[in-house]
Design a protein around this ligand. Structure first.
Ligand code: WQD
Length: 349
């Protein structure tokens, strides 16, 4: 599907920039719209250099009245009509969503409605949506299949589920509309070049970027939230997947959306569970470093253990994860070691 022009909202972020690399390699033509609230212009520039490609980049908020409409119109006017949208833009911190739910409902739900209205006006009827395994809530069984009940336990997860429901309704109202929802498990690591990676603005909430910041000396130790779970070593278990595998999942979903109207939700995970301590030990072994640990009480709201059943992604999208935990650790460290402060903030930002 060469020359598929795709609007990528949030394309300057961690998942977005890695997905741009995979899209370009597949001959897809991304156009990025990002408000840089959690993304970086520098990161997109690095993708351009890495791939030897130009990526049109518009700064803005998808909620700005008329903005998406104008971006779609301009793309059509220059003979590159957008045929599909990859919707990654959104706020993603669970703790922040508990403290400030209205920010999450406005940005994640309101933003998606604004985007979908602009798409309808422009006649764009293919959407790939960034959802999350957080929509499942407490496991009633494992591994999670897409048929597992949906019961998110925090406002962030509820925004993801609400957008999924909106997409089901849009597809019911417009039989020509295609909505492929990707339920991410835990993406970590970086492109093997070390040129792009995860660059949290503040102290990381998530495990892996915290580990890499300890390793590079930005944090003194890793707090381990809970060592009394009913798991092999007492620490929380997650399904960590390499961010480049996740990126490839988007490429496959975009290809699948052609000729497949209707709503479908697909897990993107490896099918393997890894505990906090197992990930730490792998990181230390692969990178020859030590991560000092500080045991802490459980983090409120944390799920004890979760991992994906990735069978539908394989059968529907022809997608499987290809990287193991060691590669995630090696690639994530290469990025952090070469960029101890992440992407330097741009002058004036
Ligand atoms: C993983 C494990 C923690 C930090 C997050 C987002 C969620 C989704 C996936 C977007 C848990 C433990 C963590 C630390 C620790 N992102 N931990 N010390 O909670 O599965 O989900 O990523 O969709 O929205 O919340 O990932 O990396 O925060 O935690 O011990 O400093 O690591 O208790 O067991 P989580 P996480």
């Amino acid at each position: 599907m060469p020359d598929l022009h795709v609007l990528v909202t949030g394309g300057a972020g961690y998942i977005g920039t890695h997905t741009l690399v995979a899209m370009l390699a597949a001959g897809q033509r991304p156009l990025v719209l990002d408000d840089f609230s959690n993304g970086s212009r520098e990161a997109v520039r690095r993708v351009e250099r890495l791939c030897g490609a130009e990526i049109p980049l518009v700064e803005g908020d998808i909620r700005s009245p008329g903005l998406v409409e104008s971006v779609l119109a301009a793309s059509a006017a220059r003979g590159a009509p957008v045929e599909a949208v990859l919707h990654l833009a959104g706020s993603k911190a669970v703790g922040e969503s508990v403290a400030d739910p209205l920010k999450y409902y406005d940005n994640n739900v309101g933003g998606s409605v604004a985007l979908l209205r602009a798409m309808r006006e422009a006649g764009v009827a293919r959407l790939v949506f960034s959802s999350s395994a957080t929509v499942y809530g407490e496991p009633q069984y494992l591994p999670f299949t897409e048929a597992h009940p949906l019961a998110p336990t925090n406002p962030y997860g509820r925004t993801k589920l609400m957008v999924e429901e909106i997409l089901r309704d849009v597809c019911a109202a417009d039989p020509a509309f295609s909505a492929v929802t990707l339920r991410y498990f835990n993406p970590i690591g970086a492109h093997r070049s070390g040129q792009i990676g995860e660059s949290p603005r503040d102290t990381p909430n998530n495990l892996f970027p915290f580990i890499t910041q300890v390793a590079v000396g930005r944090q003194p130790f890793l707090r381990v939230f809970g060592d009394d779970y009913d798991t092999a070593d007492g620490t929380g278990v997650r399904d960590y997947l390499h961010v480049m595998d996740l990126a490839q999942g988007h490429v496959r979903a975009l290809a699948y959306s052609e000729g497949h109207p209707g709503f479908v939700a697909v897990n993107l995970g490896t099918g393997q569970g890894t505990s906090v301590l197992e990930l730490v030990r792998a990181f230390e072994r692969v990178n020859g470093c030590r991560i000092p640990l500080q045991p802490q009480p459980r983090r409120p709201g944390d799920i004890e253990r979760m991992w994906a059943d990735p069978a539908l992604a394989a059968s529907l999208l022809g997608w499987r994860s290809t990287h193991g935990v060691d590669a995630m650790c090696a690639d994530g460290w290469r990025w952090q070691q070469g960029n101890p402060q992440g992407y330097e903030p741009e002058a004036g930002t």
